[in-house]
Ligand binder design. Structure first.
Ligand SMILES: CC(C)(COP(=O)(O)OP(=O)(O)OC[C@H]1O[C@@H](n2cnc3c(N)ncnc32)[C@H](O)[C@@H]1OP(=O)(O)O)[C@@H](O)C(=O)NCCC(=O)NCCS
Length: 148
């Protein structure tokens, strides 16, 4: 089940974030997104009340940008990320977005496969985008809202 993320979810989300990312967002980063950023849309995926995945996107006018996506390693490869991403796409479409974008590490094969499968295309490389190891990012985009 997908639910809007709220502050009560943050300890569990941060726990997953620490496991999944080398440069993890901190509690305060998520708190800002939930309580202060007017453009943010964050969701969790629950199985029997346990948070097993989450996604964030910013929606500004006609553009949506995926900010984060993670699935508990014990629940990966069960289409949870696919469902979260499809949900984020639907929210973007409902808000009249025309284009969705994201950045992904060029070495992140799992995520690249996922995004390609859902119709995202690589349009650019952002050199040294990641601060921790200066890895490059692929910028990927997908037209949404029937804007094909
Ligand atoms: C990337 C991630 C979100 C995928 O989550 P998931 O729930 O396992 O993904 P799904 O089950 O929806 O997989 C959909 C598709 O993604 C690709 N994919 C997912 N896991 C993969 C893997 N281990 N190896 C290769 N491709 C993979 C496949 O194309 C898969 O389709 P298939 O199972 O029919 O072959 C998850 O691995 C994760 O949390 N990784 C760490 C955090 C991260 O990198 N987030 C993305 C930041 S940009």
């Amino acid at each position: 089940m997908i639910k809007e993320m709220n502050v009560e979810h943050l300890n569990d989300v941060c726990h997953l974030e620490d496991i999944l990312f080398t440069s993890a967002w901190q509690y305060k980063d998520f708190l800002y997104e939930l309580t202060e950023n007017p453009y943010s849309n964050y969701f969790v995926y629950l199985i029997d009340d346990k948070i097993v995945g989450y996604i964030g996107e910013w929606i500004t006018f006609e553009q949506a940008q995926i900010t984060t996506l993670g699935v508990d390693p014990q629940y990966q490869r069960q289409k949870i990320a696919t469902k979260l991403l499809e949900h984020a796409i639907k929210i973007a479409e409902d808000k009249q977005c025309e284009i969705m974008s994201l950045e992904v590490r060029i070495s992140n094969e799992k995520a690249l496969n996922l995004y390609k499968k859902l119709g995202f295309e690589i349009v650019n490389i952002r050199k040294g985008y990641y601060q921790d190891n200066h890895e490059d990012a692929f910028l990927m985009i997908k037209p949404v809202g029937g804007n094909l």
